[in-house]
Ligand binder design. Structure first.
Ligand code: DGT
Ligand code: CA
Ligand code: CA
Length: 570
């Protein structure tokens, strides 16, 4: 039993409970537990077998610990079967459609008998939906778009989730007889924010024995193919995994080929052709003679180029940059000196200011910013001017307690619909750092949304625009906004944009990051942590930054404190 199977059961229960309209806290508890399990890094089955106390895990109480044990012992959960008997199976899928919550899904089901995405699409196309009570034309259009997105996005996995499968798969493959090397290529190796499928490459003394072992991975739903040197599996989550065994002398070229991207490969191949060479997954050939193939770097040198990092291989200028010795020196996690976006118990975080500071100190950071929500975000217990003042006193106390790290006073202040901010200028002026964020009115027109954000940047106390597009990968598209205009304004006003490192956000995206870099606009890579563990999300941000060609100098939180403070003074 792998952790993801257990997490999936919990996610499924949460969805089913949601459709039934049950207690939101219960639903959230299941989702939180599922997230904990996904990112655990240790096998739950082993923990149970060794008699460890699961209730020590964040978000896992007695009840959920019991359910985990039940899943491990029986392979399933009575509660899940009970719920599945009560809810038609297709309905859960409808939750992925933007604009549809459990209540509306119930109406669609009761009035139109809709149980699948396909039926929903047809009903919307035939104009049957806008006539339902509480629906209307606008929502019908939104649903039409949402169905397409739900079908498309449903097939891709967030990188961080893909990684948890990769760890389990590589661990499993490591036990295969005669395995020499195993590595994941494809979009996963390029650190793309989402991954369509996993492409594993192996070398082995007897490849067929590795494949025999591969298909016995515990989380397999379907074995699509199983040959002598390649195999494809579908996991219970519907994630597809391709495995190919290659000869050691072809390993480098196969790794290059299957890392992609396709556009990059095609561009490299055409350079080779001009030099009279042929490149494929078996090697680089001059006539019939293989001149390279064992090492990936030799593929590049065969065409006269230095090694190009996988994150850059999108044919977005990396080949030209390589040819003219202008490749960026990509940022790494070691370059980061602090984290500028995090929440504490003062709003919707789980830990105290001191806990967060100590956790950051353990990561070797020299500064952090405490940035709780402002009052507009009522469900997060957002701060008003007075609470912010009280929090400042606590920060001063903690500064005395925790030495070796600088704690900046900050806020994640809401940008209201008209572009004004949720706290007074007086309150904002007392802070070291102000992050502004859109959390409401996502549906404004592009012009209005752009004007709103630009107005916020014109406030002289704002330093950073948080998660600039508001997207949630696989759940919600960002709002409509003219990012180039926003970036120009930020540059003009001495503000910065955030690269939010939450695996579901990764906002800005890679293309926007490169745009910012080319404009000379710096970014902050921040985790938006709500607990001490997620300070580690920094590495997802770094992955994304590298895809955006970002170097240490392009990031404000790679700078020493004195430089950072200067940058924050507008
Ligand atoms: P994904 O899985 O949609 O997230 O994206 P990739 O990039 O992992 O794509 P995938 O799994 O279809 O193929 C893996 C790599 O194999 C791809 O990045 C480049 C290479 N590849 C696949 N098909 C072709 C092709 O037709 N021509 C070339 N040159 N390369 C290909
Ligand atoms: Ca792939
Ligand atoms: Ca593939």
């Amino acid at each position: 039993m792998v952790n993801q199977q257990i997490a999936q059961i919990f996610y499924r229960i949460a969805d089913l409970l949601e459709i039934k309209g049950e207690n939101p806290f219960r639903i959230r508890a299941y989702r939180n537990a599922a997230r904990t399990i996904e990112s655990l890094g240790r096998n739950l089955q082993e923990m149970v077998e060794q008699g460890e106390d699961l209730t020590k895990l964040p978000g896992i109480g007695k009840d959920l610990a019991g359910k985990i044990t039940e899943i491990i012992e029986t392979g399933t959960l009575a509660k899940l079967q009970e719920l599945e008997a009560q809810v038609p199976p297709g309905l859960v899928e409808l939750l992925k459609v933007e604009g549809l919550g459990p209540k509306r899904i119930k109406i669609l089901h009761d009035k139109l008998g809709i149980t699948t995405l396909e039926e929903l699409k047809n009903a919307a196309a035939h104009g049957e939906i806008h006539r339902l009570p509480g629906f209307g034309k606008k929502l019908e259009e939104l649903i039409m778009k949402g169905v397409v997105l739900a079908k498309k996005e449903g097939r891709r996995f967030r990188w961080a989730l893909a990684e948890s499968y990769v760890l389990e798969l590589l661990n499993h493959l490591g036990k295969a007889p005669g395995l020499k090397k195993a590595e994941v290529a494809g979009s996963f190796r390029r650190k793309k924010d989402t991954v369509g499928d996993l492409d594993i490459l192996v070398t082995a003394s007897q490849p067929h024995r590795v494949i025999e072992h591969f298909v016995r991975f515990p989380g397999v739903k379907n074995i699509i193919s199983k040959g002598q040197t390649r195999s494809t599996l579908i996991l219970t989550s519907d994630l597809q995994v391709d495995l190919r065994a290659v000869e050691a002398e072809s390993y480098g070229s196969a790794l290059h080929y299957f890392t992609g991207s396709k556009a990059h490969n095609i561009a490299i191949r055409s350079i080779a052709q001009k030099a009279g060479l042929k490149i494929n997954e078996y090697g680089v050939f001059k006539g019939d003679k293989r001149i390279a193939g064992r090492e990936e770097k030799d593929i590049f040198s065969a065409v006269g180029l230095p090694f190009i990092e996988p994150e850059l291989r999108e044919n977005r200028g990396e080949i030209e940059a390589a040819a003219t010795a202008k490749l960026p020196q990509l940022i790494t996690q070691k370059d980061i000196r602090g984290d500028l976006h995090m929440h504490t118990k003062w709003s919707d975080g789980k830990y105290s200011i001191e806990d967060m500071a100590r956790a950051a100190l353990r990561l070797g950071y020299s500064y952090i910013a405490i940035t709780d929500h402002s009052k507009r975000m009522a469900i997060t217990k957002g701060l008003d001017d007075e609470k912010l003042r009280q929090q400042a006193e606590e920060i001063e106390r903690v500064r005395e307690e925790v030495k070796g790290i600088t704690i900046l006073k900050g806020i994640e202040v809401d940008i209201l619909e008209d572009g004004s901010l949720d706290l007074s200028d007086e309150a904002l002026s007392s802070l070291d750092i102000v992050i502004a964020a859109v959390h409401s009115k996502f549906k404004l027109s592009r012009t209005q949304q752009t004007r709103r954000i630009i107005k916020a940047l014109e406030n002289p106390y704002v330093n950073i625009l948080a998660h600039p597009t508001g997207r949630l990968i696989g759940e919600r598209e960002g709002y409509q906004v003219d990012m180039e205009q926003v970036m120009n304004k930020a540059l003009e006003k001495g503000c910065f944009l955030e690269l939010n490192a939450q695996p579901a956000r990764l906002d800005l995206n890679d293309v926007h990051l490169k745009l910012a870099k080319d404009m000379g606009l710096r970014v902050a890579v921040s985790t938006d942590s709500h607990n001490t563990d997620s300070l580690l999300f920094m590495r997802y941000g770094i992955n994304q930054a590298r895809r955006g060609w970002i170097e240490p100098k392009d990031v404000i939180n790679t700078q020493p404190l004195d430089v950072l403070l200067r940058l924050l003074r507008r």
